[in-house]
Ligand binder design. Sequence first.
Ligand code: SAM
Length: 214
Amino acid sequence: MNCCQTQSLSGTDKFFTKQSDRYLKQFRKKGLAKEQRMLLEGISSLGLEGKSILEIGCGVGGLHLTMLKQDASFATGIDISEGMLNGAKRLCHELGLEQKATYLRGDFVQRNAMVPQADIVVLDKVVCCYENISDLLKKSTDKSKQVYAFTYPNPNIVVHISFKGLILLGTLFKWVFRPYWHDWEEIIREVEKQGFKQTYKNSTLMWQVRVFER
Ligand SMILES: C[S@@+](CC[C@H](N)C(=O)[O-])C[C@H]1O[C@@H](n2cnc3c(N)ncnc32)[C@H](O)[C@@H]1O
């Protein structure tokens, strides 16, 4: 763990494992969420065929499994949550995509050395779940050979107040997991400093969607 990190990774695992059935049901019933369809639109416009994917904080895998169905060549999914990863493996099996995907459990920042590079690196609704954002950004941009895509909370008044409220309650009541609010504009500048140029920008009420290319 980073010297300054207070986040409990077992708490993150517990929290998202509890949520994983809901994520799985939602994907089965409704397919990709709106912000995921936007990510897919931005990434596909740069070409998916034959591309490898690394999805960090992959959840139950709906996004990278959809990209595999659309001719991406191979995907690696990593997640802290055992329940989320079990969901991803189940979906991958149901879709007959086992030959095209592999899964790793753990904190990407800590397991970074075991994680392969990929043409496309995606973090969907992950940067607000992790405290040590500078390491997460540096290590994840290093893994991308071409495309880097992520979503972050839309900093409008409603979302900002909701997040700040959750952070306060989580800290006061010592929840096993609480979200994080980072300087989102600074994060975009950091990604650009790593040699990426923004190619796609979109948003929902809750999420900002950004796609970059090297
Ligand atoms: C809000 S969920 C989103 C899941 C999925 N990306 C989606 O949009 O459906 C965030 C996920 O990121 C995972 N996560 C957060 N930080 C991570 C890290 N440093 N390494 C790996 N997984 C991480 C959590 O365990 C959780 O499953």
